[in-house]
Design a binder for this molecule. Structure first.
Ligand code: SF4
Length: 154
């Protein structure tokens, strides 16, 4: 039952103009978020993008961060860059050593190419790392959890 709900939320349904209309923003703004790596829409072979209900929630979260919390695009990029993706998907030490996102915390892991490690075959749109970043509270709790884990080992 639960997987059905997740599947429905992730089904690519809306064109960019419909998504923009649902959010009360311009198509240009949605494209800007995509260029900044804040969202990865489903891409059809024709290069048209489609957005799911989860994508709409993600865009809503981005809008709230910008309008209510006054966090700009660069701030959201920085928050995404701090997500400890290697912990969430349990990367091996070897994968970590070959991963730009592990060594360089300036961009979200899904904005890097991963030609040599385990993420090469993963689909970022359905990956728990990307999906978890829909909700800013979850990111915060994850970062706090990792910090506490390391502090307890000191
Ligand atoms: S599959 Fe994509 S989103 Fe998931 S950890 Fe790898 S790069 Fe990040």
């Amino acid at each position: 039952m639960r997987s059905e709900i997740i599947q429905n939320q992730d089904t690519p349904l809306y064109s960019i103009s419909t998504a923009a209309k649902m959010l009360g923003i311009s198509v240009h703004t949605v494209r800007m978020y995509e260029r900044a790596g804040l969202i990865l829409p489903f891409q059809k072979e024709s290069s048209h993008r489609l957005y799911s209900q989860s994508d709409i929630e993600r865009l809503n979260c981005i809008r709230r961060a910008i309008n209510e919390d006054k966090i700009g695009i660069a701030g959201i990029q920085r928050i995404h860059a701090l997500i400890p993706c290697w912990e969430i998907v349990s990367c091996s030490q070897k994968d970590r050593e070959q991963c730009e996102a592990y060594r360089n915390h300036t961009k979200a892991c899904w904005t890097f190419d991963h030609p040599k490690n385990t993420c090469k075959t993963r689909e970022c749109r359905t990956c728990p790392v990307y999906k978890e970043s829909i909700d800013c509270t979850k990111i915060k709790n994850r970062i706090i959890g990792i910090t506490e884990k390391y502090e307890s080992t000191i």
